[in-house]
Write a protein that binds this ligand. Structure first.
Ligand SMILES: [Zn+2]
Length: 106
């Protein structure tokens, strides 16, 4: 990831821009290659991505903490769009499709 993404020219403005916004969000959307269902990546539920408990006492809103705000944005957005996380196996299948495949339906 280029480290100048949030460069000095923008000062303390590190808001995710619209285009970049979509790009950033997409990285955390999982899509099953068989049924096409979508959900957010379980990664965003991990505490080292964003810990909702830390939101009670958020860090100062500045450049140094941009990852906190970026991750919080992604977490909030994706958990509001999708009801639940979608875990994919190493072949890109959701759990349901993985099960069907294993018993020979696909
Ligand atoms: Zn599926």
């Amino acid at each position: 990831m280029p480290h100048d993404k949030y460069n000095a020219k923008r000062g303390t403005s590190f808001h995710i821009q619209d285009k970049q916004d979509t790009h950033e969000l997409k990285k955390y959307i999982n899509k099953c290659i068989i049924c096409g269902c979508e959900g957010y990546s379980p990664i965003i539920l991990e505490n080292d991505f964003f810990n909702p408990a830390s939101d009670a006492n958020p860090p100062p809103y500045n450049h140094a903490n941009r990852m906190f705000y970026r991750n919080r944005y992604i977490y909030d957005k994706l958990t509001s769009i999708f009801k639940k996380p979608l875990k994919l196996d190493n072949l890109g299948r959701c759990e349901d499709c993985g099960k069907l495949k294993d018993i020979g339906i696909f």
